[in-house]
Design a protein around this ligand. Structure first.
Ligand SMILES: NC(=O)c1ccc[n+]([C@@H]2O[C@H](COP(=O)([O-])OP(=O)(O)OC[C@H]3O[C@@H](n4cnc5c(N)ncnc54)[C@H](O)[C@@H]3O)[C@@H](O)[C@H]2O)c1
Ligand SMILES: [Zn+2]
Length: 359
């Protein structure tokens, strides 16, 4: 048996997240037992990993159709989704078949979205190949594509039938992409699991090594937290909000930068901002705020953004929140592992806090 850990995700349709090294073999148990067909969605740029996944599926008796999609965010369009629906139609894929999403968060998002909408929902199994995909995008059941008006505007909640996080796939992931994923890991540490922070602090460089023991524990711990949170709140009406720690300013930076910044880089600045805001509001100790800065810097993540762009950022944050019709809300910490909400801080407090994370 391949050494692996299974993290269960509870809910109306429970599933497992398998975590380990060289664990692609588990894919067949997650896709299902009867021989049937699978649409394997992958970025064109990752064609070299495809045969490894395809082999497992073929050995388990599935008929496999490959669907190469554009790399990264370019896959999350209505055109790509329509092309995949066309393929599913020609395959005559039914609800007893499955879609497999192999790639980063962008690929698993579009694969999940197409699975959510085809026949009002067919099973999807994710094989994330980025750290961010493993600890965030592939787990939790949110799927989406973008429109010209913005990111993730069209989507559905569609929990996967299973997720395989094979750390061996991370060996080729560039350092910047690893760091971006680590920002979500650190976020998880601050909101819910202090042990994550200690593990990273002990040796930041080896923490991102796919062949080291630490990364596996970090992925497991992060997935457990996300699993617990989404099991309690799939549709983001309450507790799931804590996963947005650092994301209010982070999303605004991504938007102002026209998505040239990596997600984790933007939320790194966002977390320092949220920590400084909590300090300014008298809720968090300076020590915990400093811990944010030290940790993120040790992972080569940014902690500042351009001073002159504050008005644009403020606008972007307000638009982001319009759907809720409310004042700005920030997830903040009262301590490590104790997230809360800061509602409607005044503009002066926001502006003076931004001074501390800008240059
Ligand atoms: N559904 C959710 O809950 C959720 C959560 C977080 C993020 N997301 C989405 O995830 C996306 C970001 O995910 P991401 O950071 O994984 O980005 P990504 O999917 O764009 O991948 C980043 C880059 O890494 C490359 N790559 C992927 N795996 C690789 C590997 N093993 N080796 C070498 N290169 C590899 C990709 O080809 C791409 O160029 C965004 O679209 C975001 O909206 C979704
Ligand atoms: Zn995020």
């Amino acid at each position: 048996m391949i050494a692996s850990t299974r993290v269960p995700v509870a809910g109306a349709t429970p599933y497992d997240v398998v975590i380990g090294t060289d664990v692609l073999g588990h894919l067949s148990t997650l896709v299902g037992t009867q021989p049937r067909q699978v649409l394997l969605v992958h970025p064109r740029a990752m064609a070299d990993v495809v045969p490894r996944v395809e082999r497992v599926l073929l050995a388990a008796g599935y008929r496999v159709t490959l669907a190469a999609v554009p790399d990264g965010e370019a896959a999350k369009t209505a055109e790509v989704a329509a092309a995949l629906w066309g393929l599913l139609g020609r395959m005559q894929l039914t609800r007893s078949d499955a879609v497999v999403g192999l790639g980063g968060g962008a690929t698993t998002d579009v694969a999940g979205f197409v699975a959510a909408t085809w026949l009002r929902g067919v099973p999807v199994v994710h094989v994330p190949t980025t750290l961010l995909g493993m600890v965030d995008a592939a787990v939790g059941g949110k799927t989406a594509i973008d429109t010209s008006e913005g990111k993730n505007l069209v989507g559905a909640f569609h929990p996967p039938a299973g997720v395989v996080c094979d750390l061996a796939l991370l060996r080729t992931l560039p350092q910047e992409e690893r760091a971006s994923g680590m920002a979500e890991v650190v976020k998880t540490g601050f909101i819910a699991d202090p042990r994550i922070l200690e593990l990273v602090e002990a040796d930041p460089a080896s923490a991102t090594d796919p062949d080291g023991a630490v990364l596996r524990e970090l992925v497991e711990r992060s997935v457990r937290v996300k699993a617990d949170v989404v099991a309690a709140d799939l549709r983001e009406t309450g507790r799931r909000e804590i996963l947005n720690y650092g994301h209010t300013l982070g999303h605004a930076i991504e938007k102002v930068e026209s998505y040239r910044w990596r997600h984790g880089e933007a939320i790194s600045v966002g977390m320092v901002f949220a920590a400084e805001l909590a300090v300014a509001a008298g809720r968090l100790s300076v020590d915990v705020m400093t811990r944010h800065r030290d940790l993120l810097v040790s992972l080569s993540l940014p902690t500042t953004y351009t001073r002159a762009r504050w008005p644009e950022l403020l606008d972007a944050m307000r638009v982001d929140k319009k759907a809720r019709g409310a004042t700005l809300r920030f997830v903040v910490l009262d301590d490590v592992g104790r997230p809360g909400v800061l509602e409607g801080p005044d503009d002066d407090l926001l502006a003076s806090t931004y001074e501390k994370v800008s240059r």
